[in-house]
Design a protein. Structure first.
Length: 398
């Protein structure tokens, strides 16, 4: 038996012995998966147990170095772990911007002190992060941001406002872009800081969306002190780091286009269509609907393979590049089309919002469809991604 075959056997045995029943329960959306952090309330003891067991193995961040609490797995071993979890339909033990965005950036660019302070807490689910990038008037033109950070001894003093700050009201820390040199050109006077959300002068206010959810917030900063030791990289080099992190963010958002992600999600779109439109001899009875679902699934699977190749490249040490704009754009379109199709499948049952007479999935259908429209804005609008693809991937003139 090869080393990888032995690893697969041992991994399967460990999952069978340690995955609580909670880990096998289907989930409907990412808000039902553990985000961790100081304010997280576990749905039941099994959720906490699943997180603790996986974190102890380092398998909440399988490829991160063991010295920070990660799994230290190779990319081949990580793929096997994902396959074995998918086989058992196990939900992820932890998600969040710590694992998908700031953690990878700290591994690339952070000081040893910052890595030692934050990465173990991210792995154990003890700290939840939010992103302080966009501002009123500085969305697509992010480099025009005006939040100031003035040096005062061993601290920076921050004043300004951020907007569309996802889950800022639930986060423990923020990674934030600030202007440290107002006299420099707009791209060269920006720094990248880590800010404790419990600092005096920080206020986060949720923004109600058309979907009825409030994942986005306005964040106000009034004379907030941030230690200079929380600077990532060097002063005024934040724009380079911001672009590096955006590569991770766009890849994360593109993941919406991969559907279930293979772990623990509730019924597939085909199963749902059979429930509403009926089936004959084990297959969906409506041929037109069959064609739409098949086309969508082929597109999704092709995209999943492309994303897998990209992830393998990043695991081999390649930093995300402008191709992430394609991932973000196409993943967004797939997710929006899938939500549109789910609305068509459910028909009148999809217009339920609350009240009696609808199952929980039906009550989420219209909300999820409305929420999916925001994918084309967050992480850089689809129009911005098209410009990046045109200039930096295809090399077209301005």
């Amino acid at each position: 038996m090869s080393e990888l075959e032995n690893f697969r056997k041992e991994t399967g045995e460990w999952l069978d012995a340690n995955a609580p029943e909670f880990a096998k329960k289907p989930y409907k959306d990412n808000d039902e998966i553990c985000w961790g952090g100081a304010h997280w309330e576990f749905a039941e003891p099994g959720e906490k147990q699943w997180l603790e067991r996986m974190a102890e193995k380092g398998w909440t961040a399988p490829q991160w170095p063991k010295k920070y609490g990660g799994g230290g797995l190779s990319k081949e071993e990580d793929k096997i772990l994902s396959q074995e979890m998918r086989k058992r339909r196990l939900r992820p033990p932890l998600i969040g911007f710590g694992l998908s965005m700031i953690g990878p950036l700290l591994l690339q660019e952070g000081s040893e002190e910052l890595c030692e302070e934050h990465l173990p807490k991210i792995i154990r689910g003890e700290i939840r992060w939010c992103q302080g990038y966009s501002e009123p008037g500085s969305g697509s033109d992010l480099a025009s941001l005006r939040t100031r950070a003035e040096r005062d001894g061993d601290d920076y003093i921050l004043n300004g406002q951020k907007v569309w700050t996802s889950y800022a009201d639930k986060a423990d820390w923020m990674f934030i872009l600030v202007r440290t040199d107002p006299d420099a050109t707009k791209h060269t006077g920006i720094s990248f800081l880590l800010m404790d959300m419990t600092s005096p002068g920080v206020e986060a206010k949720p923004i109600q969306l058309i979907s009825g959810y409030s994942p986005f917030c306005e964040t106000f900063l009034s004379d907030v002190r941030v230690p200079t030791s929380n600077l990532v990289g060097t002063e005024n080099d934040g724009w380079r780091l911001a672009k590096a992190l955006l590569g991770h963010e766009r890849t994360m958002i593109a993941g919406f286009g991969t559907g279930t992600g293979g772990s623990g999600k509730s019924e597939s779109i085909t199963e749902r269509a059979k429930r509403y439109a009926g089936e004959e001899d084990g297959r969906l009875s409506d041929p037109i609907l069959r064609d739409k679902i098949a086309a969508g699934e082929m597109d999704q699977r092709a995209f999943e393979l492309t994303m897998a190749r990209s992830r393998d490249g990043m695991k081999a040490g390649h930093k995300p590049g402008p191709e992430t704009s394609f991932f973000k754009l196409h993943g967004t379109e797939i997710n929006m089309r899938r939500n549109e199709l789910e609305m068509q499948i459910a028909g009148p049952q999809a217009i339920g919002w609350d009240g009696e007479g609808f199952d929980d999935r039906e009550l989420r259908t219209a909300r999820a469809w409305l929420r999916s429209r925001g994918n084309s804005i967050e992480g850089g609008t689809s129009e911005v991604q098209l410009n990046i693809i045109a200039k930096r991937v295809l090399g077209l003139p301005d």
